[in-house]
Design a protein around this ligand. Structure first.
Ligand code: HEC
Length: 185
């Protein structure tokens, strides 16, 4: 009996402690929101904790949402070619390309849009499709779904997936001039 009482007292104290901590965190959060303590300037890098929290949330969110998307069997060299022109007009100024830098203003974004010629290797085609269709809130990555049909978006995803293996010459030959000497591998 006495044992039970002691257990209950310990349980109550622990609950009160947890509620107290949560209340303090809530007050601290409201303090930051209302006083402007958080610096939103894009001229300042994110702290490593904010960056980690954002990146991890971002990757896991995309991965889980793209998991059920079936890649069309027709991700063909023709689609890669069709995606090249769209990439150059819709993505290159932020994400650069083999032999081409991003626009100067895009380097002023936080997070800074990555060079997809390097980062695309880390994403599956269906994840790139999802990213392009839906965009990423609080990052500056636009949603292209409202203005493009799925076929156009798959072409872009197919092209992006080829970027890491593409030379500057191959990149320059695709899309822009319509020379038809398009290469895909
Ligand atoms: C206005 C600038 C902008 C444009 C235009 C833009 N993006 Fe992005 N994109 C971003 C930003 C910012 C991120 C998030 C970067 C981060 O958090 O690391 C991002 C993230 C991505 C990622 C995930 C990369 C990674 O590893 O973080 C992919 C893939 C991507 N964009 C593809 C595209 C494609 C394809 C297009 C064109 C259809 C496009 N983006 C157009 C700014 C842009």
């Amino acid at each position: 009996m006495e044992m039970d009482n002691r257990k209950r007292t310990v349980g109550l104290a622990a609950t009160a402690g947890a509620v107290g901590i949560l209340a303090l965190l809530g007050v601290a959060g409201l303090f930051v929101v209302y006083t402007g303590a958080f610096n939103v300037a894009a001229t300042e890098e994110h702290t490593s904790f904010t960056r980690w929290a954002f990146d991890t949330t971002f990757h896991n969110s995309v991965e889980s949402r793209a998991a059920d998307i079936a890649v069309p069997e027709s991700l063909s060299p023709d689609m890669v070619k069709a995606g090249a022109g769209s990439y150059k007009s819709m993505c290159q100024h932020c994400h650069a390309g083999p032999g081409v830098e991003r626009s100067a203003w895009a380097s002023g974004m936080r997070p800074r849009p990555p060079h997809l010629a390097e980062e695309a290797a880390e994403w599956e085609p269906e994840e790139i499709f999802w990213l392009v269709k839906h965009g990423v809130k609080m990052s500056g990555m636009p949603a292209f779904g409202p203005t493009n049909d799925d076929r156009a978006l798959w072409s872009i995803a197919a092209f992006v997936k080829e970027l890491p293996a593409m030379t500057p010459e191959e990149y320059a030959a695709l899309g822009g001039t319509g020379s038809g000497s398009g290469h895909s591998n």
